[in-house]
Write a protein that binds this ligand. Structure first.
Ligand code: UD1
Ligand code: CA
Length: 497
């Protein structure tokens, strides 16, 4: 038997959200890398409903635009100046086909932990019990502010009373209305027409539909949820943080159950869309954000922030920041590396300590191990870029690109002034400023030749400890039999890791 799908889901997001004290509309604040309303839309979509509508009013254009970016099949429904959740639903229904029948679900744009599975369970139970209205309720230790579920002597739901309208006795009820419902569309339409504004807030309450449906002899039931978190809404930034932490706890738990070791879930933050392969270990203080994907058997952390970054199997990344980068399988990054957009590190390649890269294609097994800037460069496989090498890509006006051929070797502290093409199998002497192309097999030496001036220390720095050390060394040298010093030719003093 296939799971029954609702015909439509309406997400209410027209409210003001003043307690956020923000110029950003409440439902656009994020947890887990997704705006609150995005979570609600995802849950709604996950039901497989044919129509998903979002009811907007406050910050209408910003909210509508964001929602359509997240899901271009959404129906945007505008609420008018009449206030209240019932009016929001009326306006939402107005934007759906007039002949729609079946089940419509109502959810809130500021309730981010509600899942599609819960909505499907709600739909199934609603249909199985032949209910006209199913209201999702929960037991809350602190029901203040919520609508209370009033049941009759047989335990059947009679009505929902808003906190502001409730008597002392009703306020003692701990079963709360989550604000999530399943309705038979025709019953909902009929009841909405009868909802008034005679209440403490002068608004059209959706909760009135419960009593109206009951009075019309329609079956009404409560769908009690044990998982309170799924019913919690965000009203202020304290709740935003609390729900963000709980979402993160759930995400981390999901990855751990799927075979990822997370040493400290409390300090590990993983966005909803991140994927991580089996047997990868995530060390404390790590943030995996946006569309980041990490392969299997990798080691990430401690203190790594990856945004929209792809990490291959068995790669190791420690104390690094990467944004829109690709780290190949078996590659090593960090500690203290900064990978900016367009960095593509090949398999088994290395980006080491205090290295910044941007728009840099670094080939298989190639290494940029220490203290370098590699911007706008293509580095061939097996090449080694010496410590302190800078690719000077910016001339003050425009950015230029350089290439380093396969298995080439750049000596320490070179500056490659782009655009320059270094062929395959080339060398650059340490300390060189390279401004023109180098052909395969050549070494580029672009620096002042070394000149040693005899007796300089004694003449220019007499009486210093340095002069004394030089004099002592000269005396010792004289005392020994004279050896001709070996001629120091100039090997490119590159560095190996
Ligand atoms: C509502 C319920 C209450 C329930 C609580 C759960 C009513 C009358 N009360 O109260 O029983 O316990 O939710 O959180 O329904 N909205 C609109 N248009 C409006 C008003 C609200 O779209 O005119 C949207 C809001 O953006 C929000 C949701 O509806 O997403 C709930 O609105 P809110 O004002 O927070 O309702 P509560 O007073 O908390
Ligand atoms: Ca609320």
């Amino acid at each position: 038997m296939s799971t029954p799908r609702p015909a439509a889901v309406l997400v209410l997001a027209a409210g003001e959200g003043t307690r956020m004290r923000s110029t950003t509309p409440k439902v656009l604040h994020q947890i887990g890398g997704v705006p609150l309303v995005g979570h609600a839309i995802r849950a709604a979509r996950a039901t497989g409903a044919q129509h998903v509508g979002v009811v907007v009013r406050h910050h209408r254009d910003r909210v509508a635009e964001l929602c359509t970016t997240l899901d271009d099949r959404l129906v945007i429904a505008d609420q008018d100046e009449v206030k209240g959740t019932a009016r929001a639903v009326e306006c939402g229904l107005g934007a759906l086909p007039a002949d729609l029948s079946g089940t419509v679900l109502v959810t809130y744009g500021d309730v981010p932990l509600l899942t599609g599975d819960t909505l499907l369970e709600l739909t199934a139970a609603h249909l199985e019990t032949g209910s006209a209205v199913s209201v999702v309720t929960a037991r809350s230790a602190d029901p203040t502010g919520y609508g209370r579920v009033v049941r009759d002597e047989n335990g059947r739901v009679e009505q929902i009373v808003e906190h502001k309208d409730a008597t002392e006795a009703q306020r003692a009820i701990t079963e709360i209305n989550s604000g999530i419902y399943a309705f038979d569309i025709s019953v909902l339409r009929e009841a909405l027409a009868a909802v008034g504004t005679d209440n403490a807030q002068g608004e059209k309450y959706l909760t009135d539909v419960v009593a109206l449906a009951r009075a019309a002899g329609r079956p009404v039931r409560a769908h009690v949820l044990d998982d309170l978190w799924q019913t919690e809404g965000v009203n202020d930034r304290v709740q935003l943080a609390a729900l963000g932490r709980e979402l993160n706890r759930r995400i981390c738990e999901g990855h751990m159950r799927a075979g990822v070791t997370i040493v400290d879930p409390e300090t590990t933050w993983i966005d909803v869309d991140v994927t991580i392969g089996q047997d990868t270990t995530v060390l404390p203080g790590t943030q995996l954000l946006g569309a980041t994907s990490v392969g299997a058997d990798a080691l990430i952390g401690p203190e790594v922030t990856l945004t929209d970054t792809e990490v291959g199997n068995s790669a190791k990344v420690s104390r690094a920041v990467a944004n829109l980068a690709v780290i190949g399988p078996g590659a090593t990054v960090g500690p203290y590396s900064y990978l900016r957009p367009g960095t593509r590190l090949g398999a088994r390649g290395k980006i080491g300590g205090f290295v910044e890269t941007k728009n840099a294609e670094i080939g298989e097994g190639a290494k940029v191990p220490h203290l370098s800037y590699a911007g706008d460069v293509t580095i061939g496989e097996g090449a080694n870029i010496g410590a302190g090498t800078i690719f000077a890509n910016y001339d003050g006006v425009a950015k230029h690109h350089s290439t380093v051929g396969k298995h080439s070797f750049i000596g320490s502290n070179a500056v490659v002034v782009s655009p320059v093409h270094l062929g395959d199998g080339t060398y650059v002497a340490a300390g060189s400023a390279v401004i023109s192309d180098v052909d395969p097999g050549q070494i580029a030496v672009a620096r002042g030749r070394q000149r040693n001036v005899d007796g300089w220390v004694a003449r220019a720095r007499p009486g210093t400890a340095t002069a004394a050390a030089a004099a002592a060394a000269a005396a010792a040298e004289q005392a020994r039999s004279r050896h001709p010093g070996s001629d120091p030719t100039t090997p490119p003093e590159g560095t190996e890791q």
